[in-house]
Design a protein around this ligand. Structure first.
Ligand code: AMP
Ligand code: GLY
Length: 424
């Protein structure tokens, strides 16, 4: 079959890399893709938000399965539109994608179905929110309701920080309409982990756990980013925690969505806070994580195409996933200044120093070709990924690879994976 992947980040590069290996697939296309994705797929210059052109492309190129990488098109209803046009697509409907698209919706759902999460209140009126925060414990967290490119969560250590956060979201509208409503919630302590399941809305297949590193700099310092690196599996999610996540979070969420008439099909991402044996849901995402997709798919031996195809057709067949033993680690190399302002068009050298047989792969995110050179074209630029038998040697292998990449405008965290070592 011909497959179309929508998106242009490291997650989509990992998806194309994995999908290309499927014996079921003749040709992979990616819209719009990036420089690295051209090694796996034919990139087509169509934006992720240009649904008419994507549908037209899918029809003309006999695409049998479309896979959506990022959240924005899912929230805008791309799945509903493809299906109305008789095209098979992997991802949740617009109504189901509200699980990520509206934090108020997801918090209310968790409350209604007793899924563990932080205590919270929601506000559409700035003055009510301002009075509320005078009486709650510090720190607390202010969240814009809608999608805000990963920037809509502000941790407030004082009431005045809370006042600034609320005013900038609700009055100055720094996130536009995404900030018409806000969630104010209890600050949770613990360690974060990401958990994913494939689901058709009734049945599900769990994947292995990952841990992302959201802060820009070492030791979780600096501003929050889309994610600066991840490893898989996350030993904090031991067998006992995994079972608890499935029983108290995964099953009730899938059932809740069905009861609400919003059957969820696709990949469902649970952002968790874990403290001892206590698990709480921080957020849901309606897609693979980025960078988590890179270390996750790098270790997955099973073919994902039949699983995604069955889900897109509405019926998941249970299969046991097969994984490479050991660990995988992905270190993100980002443009200096990210997640704030950064320059583009810096040449990246050293990309041809790797051999896939060594279990190392460099997934591209913000890259493009310019005059036959690979240059930077975004905030997160590369996801240097390696797999190995044990975590320490895999971390070392990944950083040895990072050091072979030469671009003075890139920076990376030097402590990806370190948090896991205490569990080993
Ligand atoms: P979210 O998009 O809701 O996952 O929030 C982004 C990041 O903000 C999370 O990955 C956490 O690092 C942090 N965060 C969100 N909610 C809380 C909370 N209630 N307590 C502590 N940290 C939080
Ligand atoms: N890495 C976090 C996310 O994809 O939202």
């Amino acid at each position: 079959m011909n497959v179309l992947v929508i998106g242009s980040g490291g997650r989509e590069h990992a998806l194309c890399w994995k999908i290309k290996q499927s014996p079921l697939v003749q040709k992979v296309y990616c819209a719009p893709g990036n420089a690295g994705i051209t090694s796996e797929a034919q990139c087509v210059d169509i934006s992720v938000s240009d649904f008419d052109s994507l549908i037209d492309f899918a029809v003309k190129n006999s695409i049998e399965l479309t896979i959506v990488g990022p959240e924005q098109p899912l929230s805008e209803g791309i799945v509903d539109l493809f299906e109305e046009n008789g095209l098979k697509i992997f991802g949740p409907s617009q109504a189901a994608a509200e699980l990520e698209g509206s934090k108020v919706f997801s918090k209310d759902l968790m409350k209604k179905y007793k899924i563990p999460t932080a205590e919270y209140s929601t506000f559409t009126d700035l003055n009510s929110a301002l009075s509320w925060i005078k009486h709650i414990n510090l720190p607390f967290v202010v969240k814009a309701d809608g999608l805000a490119a990963g920037k809509g969560v502000i941790i407030c250590n004082s009431t005045s920080e809370g006042e600034n956060a609320l005013s900038s979201i609700m009055k100055d509208k720094i996130f536009g309409e995404a900030g018409s409503e806000v969630v104010v919630e209890e600050f949770l302590r613990g360690e974060e982990a990401s958990f994913f399941v494939f689901t058709d809305g009734k049945n599900f297949i769990p994947l292995q756990s990952c841990q992302d590193h959201k802060a820009a700099y070492d030791d979780d310092k600096g501003p929050n980013t889309g994610g600066m690196g991840a490893y898989c599996p996350a030993p904090i999610v031991n067998d006992k925690i995994r079972k608890k996540v499935i029983d108290s979070v995964v099953v009730p969420t899938i059932n809740a969505m069905e009861s609400e008439g919003r059957l969820y099909k696709g990949i469902l991402y649970f952002g968790l806070m874990i403290k001892g044996e206590d698990i709480k849901v921080l957020e849901y995402n309606c897609r693979f994580g980025d960078p988590e997709a890179q270390p996750l798919l790098f270790r997955l031996k099973s073919d994902i195409v039949p699983i995604m195809d069955c889900i897109a057709s509405g019926k998941l067949k249970q299969v046991e996933l097969d994984w490479k033993p050991g660990y995988s680690v992905c270190v993100v190399m980002a443009s200096s200044g990210y997640p704030g302002k950064y320059e583009k068009e810096h040449e990246i050298k050293g990309l041809d120093s790797f051999n896939e047989n060594d279990d190392i792969y460099v997934f591209h995110a913000g890259t493009k070709y310019s005059n036959s050179k690979t240059v930077t074209n975004g905030g997160r630029v590369l996801g240097v990924t390696a797999a190995g038998e044990d975590l320490v040697s895999t971390i070392n292998k990944t950083y040895t690879a990072v050091n072979k990449i030469n671009c003075p405008n890139l920076f990376n965290r030097t402590d990806i994976g370190k948090k896991a070592l205490k569990y080993l």
